[in-house]
Design a binder for this molecule. Sequence first.
Ligand SMILES: Cc1ncc(COP(=O)(O)O)c(C=O)c1O
Length: 494
Amino acid sequence: MDQNQAPYFQALLDYVDAGVLPFHTPGHIQGNGMDLAFREFVGDNICAIDLTPMPGIDDLLQPTESIKEAQALAAEAWGADHTFFLINGSTSGNQCMMMTAVNPGDKIAVPRNSHKSMLGGLVMSGAIPIYMRPEVDEELHMDLCVTPETIARTLDEHPDLTAVYLVSPTYYGVAADLASIERIVHAAGKLLLVDEAWGPHFHFHPALPLSATRAGADLCINSTHKMLSAFSQCAMLHAKGERVRLDRLMSVLKMFLSTSPNLPMVASLDVARKQMATEGEALLSRTIELAQDMRGRLNAIEDVYCFGEERRGRPGIFDLDPTKIAVTVKGLGYTGYEASEILRRRYNIQVELADLFNVVALVTIGTTREAADRFVEAFEEMARDERPLDMFAPSGILEQRLRRGTFHLPPIPPMRMLPRDAFLAETEFVKFRESRGRICAETLTPYPPGIPVISPGEELTPEIIDYLRLELKAGVRIQGPFDDELKVVRVVKE
Ligand SMILES: Cc1ncc(COP(=O)(O)O)c(C=O)c1O
């Protein structure tokens, strides 16, 4: 196939060139009816290609022309048998993978550090989760990957599993040993699903971790918008081999996709593929070099640490994506949240993620050398500053807890009901601090990084309550609860 072509983008350009008189959605009619200030800002061209599925432009739900061709090009580029474009991110990808692979009552092994969209998949599918503990780096307060040993043990303990679901890489750029995991899972006759939301670029450079398609995952998802150049919300779902029923996957996709997809978004997937297939390795070489240079310069700053190759090979760190820059700031006397705020207020720099100890910056094919320099210089200046430890009160509490060694991730709470049953059950609100022993009916996810601490159906333990109250005091946003401040929590009615 000719990877220099972008057939879907071309189909949109052809429509515009033909000067067709439009009597169809969207109602702004190629920008004519749009608010002027908005149109001036976003530009005429994006409005001109914001069209609707029709003959000649193809239909994402039932592709027969240029979208079919664009998806086939993407499958070839990523080494998949079939690729499907998604317009609601890897969020919908997780839901589609789950709805395709498992039925109500089927067991699926899932890591505890899955993104909350995986839980949506569990609620919708009615599958039974068997949680696996990822490795944890206590020093950096970071979840890592699940090891092949954990997967083998889980398969031994639950021979009736239907599928194993994995997250690799993590938000911090740590990758699992996918080759070994693939061998173990397929030898046991189970399906392997991989959430590779953060690794759409892996397939295009030999210095990056093994991609899920190359490793032989049955289904995997990529957020093309996260690390490559597609518009926000754009993602891809890749399928490989004969183990997954393609007809089921296609009917699930039809259920999840809008009948009115945003066509510039779909076109941006087509051109992001073309860009990677034709110049990906060169673009990524430059990106990796820039990121490694930043990492080296950051590590030369006193009290700043940016993990990298020296951690490779530890449990849960099989491989690393060098383009994720996780800066551990606890040596500077700040929480990651504080550092993120200082970066924004004082240096006009916005990072992707902040947690208690770290800030994570993405270096992508769009990052300039000048931006990289400013990022490093900001840390050089922060390290030279006088640092009032009580700049934000919560760090005082954290400091004390850390010094006493009483700050740990809480243990996985017992699952007393299936996620789906708890989500659909009759519920009531109780005071969060008095909720011990109750069955949680909502997902409580400190965000970022978006990893649920408790999910519907699980018991609110003292450790969970304590941990979340501390995160709240440290200024962390908890996503998922009805009450943002978590004064009350929704639990299953007794
Ligand atoms: C591991 C993981 N999976 C899935 C998602 C959801 O991806 P999207 O934002 O593309 O819907 C995220 C989002 O951050 C994520 O971190």
